[in-house]
Design a protein around this ligand. Structure first.
Ligand code: AP5
Length: 219
């Protein structure tokens, strides 16, 4: 079953996608990571997306939907949609895409309080090539500033400043939070919740239980 991760910036979507990818062989499709790759390669899409991302605003739907269609291609793997959809238009496009490919999905809402998010994001360090993330306090790398797996340098994302985080959270509440209601009413995609306020390994345990046990509600 494909998974749709819904949650605000810093909820732990990317962290948990990596856990499930490793444990169950999912393919993580993170629209944020794909956009950052386009930016690094200076593609037309990357150049167009850049200003929106730097301001903490959502990139326009038409660009994102085309990008996801291209990335998904004919892959037969089960996918974790991480950070997509983020608007009702994107959710409708994903419904159509999944239906065309005969795929089903479960939406997982990461329930978390706003007041932990800024601390999670300003303390985050990322291994850019893989999208692997660490946190100075909650999940430190073995050697500060160095990726455990490759030994390469970690970086801090330029949009993880307090000012940009405020815009990202406002965008989330205005445009993405309504998707919880969208999936609650969906006749085809079931909605389940995880308590994403718990420590990383306990959130992972909830998700592993859900995936192993057929997607009951863990929270
Ligand atoms: P994107 O890269 O998707 O960023 P985001 O949604 O803001 O999500 P984050 O990656 O910041 O959070 P996360 O939930 O993955 O948290 P993580 O696991 O890293 O998007 C960036 C930009 O691209 C957007 O602003 C937009 O411009 C554009 N964009 C992307 N997709 C788009 C779309 N579909 N439409 C339009 N525009 C789009 O965890 C965060 C930190 O907390 C880490 O340090 C981690 O170690 C720590 N942590 C995780 N879980 C816990 C826990 N349980 N307890 C304590 N610490 C934890």
């Amino acid at each position: 079953m494909n998974l749709i991760f819904l949650g605000p910036p810093g909820a732990g979507k990317g962290t948990q996608a990596k856990v499930l990818e490793e444990r169950f062989g999912y393919q993580q499709l993170s629209t944020g990571d794909i956009l950052r790759r386009h930016r690094a390669e200076k593609t037309p899409l990357g150049l167009e997306a850049q200003a929106y991302m730097d301001r903490g605003e959502l990139v326009p739907d038409d660009l994102i939907i085309r990008m996801v269609e291209t990335e998904l291609g004919a892959s037969g793997a089960e996918v974790i949609f991480d950070g997509f959809p983020r608007t009702v238009a994107q959710a409708e496009a994903l419904d159509a895409l999944l239906a065309r490919q005969g795929r089903g999905a479960v939406a997982i809402a990461f329930d978390v309080d706003n007041d932990v998010l800024t601390e999670r994001l300003t303390g985050r360090w990322t291994h850019a090539p893989s999208g692997r993330t660490y946190h100075v306090k909650h999940n430190p790398p073995r050697i500060a500033g160095i990726d455990d797996v490759t030994g390469e340098a970690l970086m801090q994302r330029p949009d993880d400043t307090e000012e940009t985080i405020r815009t990202r959270l406002a965008e989330y509440h205005a445009k993405t939070a309504p998707l919880v209601g969208y999936y609650r009413k969906s006749p085809v995609t079931k909605l389940v919740h995880v308590n994403a306020l718990e420590p990383i390994d306990l959130v992972s345990a909830q998700l592993v239980n859900m995936v192993s046990g057929g997607m009951g509600d863990a929270a």
